[in-house]
Write a protein that binds this ligand. Structure first.
Ligand SMILES: [Zn+2]
Length: 215
């Protein structure tokens, strides 16, 4: 099973990807991680990417495609892949189709974690964590039992991420839509896009994804 997992920041994409890796032995291919690994390992394509990045330029589709292909080459045929952060353009989507076909694979599903933007804003802007032990809390959904005191460690210090504000969340949503808009029609035409409610509980999202994969 080869899938693309899509979802705006805050929809729980990372959680779901880790779960699929753990429970199904799938491999997550994130372009950022692959690039960093190739640069670190000093592979030919890594050296190429490094030169491009040092020149302050964007790594070309050709380099990314080669990276993905090299990573696929190292996998057992039955190992499923989760593509993360790629493709972002129609040209990349088409390149992915051909390189998967060349390896006897195909893209089975594009799973998008759907979110309601206003609800997402509320969810994200309400988040805070204990400054001492990082236990997560929420203004609306999970206040400490005793106000101002961490349930776990008793600390009175809490922190919020600077980018967990409404404007930043709406900007991230707009960026997400701009990134996925070019590729969704390509996959919708093949009827492989499936949407799962990303606002549901982690358990419900997991169940929704499993239903797609096992359906
Ligand atoms: Zn704490």
């Amino acid at each position: 099973m080869n899938i693309i997992l899509l979802g705006p920041p805050g929809a729980g994409k990372g959680t779901q990807a880790s779960r699929l890796v753990e429970e199904r032995g799938m491999v997550q291919l994130s372009t950022g991680d692959m690039l960093r690994a190739a640069v670190k390992a000093g592979t030919p394509v890594g050296e190429q990417a490094k030169a491009v990045m040092e020149a302050g330029e964007l790594v070309s589709d050709a380099i990314v495609t080669q990276l993905i292909d090299e990573n696929l080459a190292g996998l057992a045929p039955e190992q499923g892949v989760i593509f993360d952060g790629y493709p972002r353009t129609l040209a990349q989507a088409e390149a992915l189709d051909s390189l998967l076909a060349a390896r006897g694979r195909r893209l089975d599903f594009v799973i998008e974690l759907d979110v309601d933007e206003d609800a997402l804003v509320e969810r994200i802007t309400g988040r805070f964590t204990c400054a001492a032990c990082n236990t997560p809390y929420h203004d609306r959904y999970k206040q400490p039992v005793s106000a101002g005191t961490c349930d776990v460690c008793g600390s009175h210090e809490f922190k919020r991420r600077a980018d967990d504000n409404e404007e930043a969340v709406r900007t991230r949503m707009a960026e997400y839509r701009a990134k996925t808009a070019p590729i969704l029609p390509h996959y919708e035409a093949r009827d492989i896009v499936r949407r799962v409610d990303g606002m549901a509980s982690v358990a419900a999202v997991s169940k929704g994804i499993d239903a797609v994969l096992d359906g």
